[in-house]
Design a binder for this molecule. Structure first.
Ligand code: 8YV
Length: 326
């Protein structure tokens, strides 16, 4: 009998998912959940044909060259900027991600962060916890209006569209968006979203939310020049990826009140956070949790496992990124 294929689960995942994978494969796990260094990852992948990864594991050309037996890498994330897709395709390694299962949960969080930012929820809670609330005042923590305001969305994929629906249908917002390609008319009508240029988006949005993928082309898509185009009363929310916003420029703009506030779930170089962001009051900071509900994280892990099992046992993955690799 042929030995069962060997796979690596690069970070701690739910025991049920590990058990499912053990039915098919020899499984090596990372029970400490400490992210591997690139060298450790290469070493752990020796002899493995498949891997379950997260955004913390970089799959580079060098790694692929050092792991020639690898055939499939399944990310537990919809974003896959941790993958060198061209190198994966050249090495004939299939890559998969986890779209759809996290769309609505992530859109909920985008809206939560927008609301917390506009209505100064974190800032006022810190004030209260510090024992500084000794009287009520008419303008105390007066924030920005959410309902009826103009919601700008940069990046109009599945999650952007789910945010647009919440804004337009739930909060009566005027929704404007900018994207590499314009949506078809039926989807625009359903989301009640109007396509504008990036300059118009920056100038008109009361609340700007970023939901675009990270790539060399979107690096610092929001920097000092773009922030200067925004309304001084505007809020900025990033639930996409660190590196899309120039965090140093944003911290300076927040400190000088060139925009009103920001809500950030992702950071350049996370889990490190730019020290200046930690000292400005008008920013809500969360540790990359936009998709973090138990049902959604379970669905993401199961979809990644389904991709691994489907590909290695039947040659078919559900959500491939680079089917051309085959
Ligand atoms: C993941 C995410 O939790 O799906 C994504 O792209 O950013 C999050 O949902 C994170 O990347 C861990 O892999």
């Amino acid at each position: 009998m042929n030995p069962r294929p060997a796979i690596l689960i690069a970070r701690a995942v739910f025991p049920e998912v590990v058990a499912r994978l053990r039915e098919h494969f020899e499984v090596e796990t990372n029970d400490t959940d400490e992210p591997f260094t690139p060298a450790q990852l290469v070493q752990r992948l020796q002899g493995k044909v498949g891997a379950l990864t997260t955004g913390s594991e970089r799959i580079s050309a060098e790694l692929l060259a050092a792991c020639p037996q690898l055939r499939v890498v399944c990310n537990i994330a919809v974003g896959y900027n941790n993958f060198d897709v061209a190198a994966l395709t050249a090495a004939r390694v299939l890559a998969t991600n986890t779209p759809d299962v996290l769309t609505e949960t992530t859109a909920d969080f985008g809206f939560a962060l927008l609301m917390a930012t506009a209505r100064r929820i974190s800032e006022s809670e810190h004030f209260l916890r510090a024992g500084r609330w000794n009287r009520w005042a008419l303008d105390m923590f007066a924030g920005a209006e959410v309902h009826g305001s103009t919601l700008g969305i940069l990046g109009m994929g599945r999650i952007g569209q789910a945010i647009a629906r919440r804004g337009a249908h739930g909060f009566g917002m005027q929704v404007i968006y900018h994207n590499r390609s314009r949506l078809d008319a039926a989807t625009e009508a359903e989301c009640k979203a109007r396509y504008v240029s990036k300059d118009q988006l920056l100038a008109q949005a009361d609340h700007l939310i970023l939901v675009l993928p990270y790539s060399a082309g979107s690096h610092h898509a929001i920097g000092a020049a773009e922030i200067a185009q925004m309304k001084p009363s505007a809020t900025l929310v990033n639930i996409a990826r660190g590196g899309i916003v120039d965090d140093a420029a944003l911290a300076a703009a927040l400190r000088e009140r060139r925009i009103a506030a920001a809500g950030l779930d992702v950071f350049e170089g996370e889990p490190k956070v730019h020290p200046d962001l930690l000292t400005v009051p008008n920013v809500v900071l969360t540790p990359h949790i936009a998709s973090a509900t138990m049902p959604t994280r379970m669905a993401m892990a199961n979809l990644a496992a389904d991709n691994l099992i489907g590909f290695l046992t039947q040659g078919r993955a559900l959500t491939p990124i680079n089917p051309e690799a085959l």
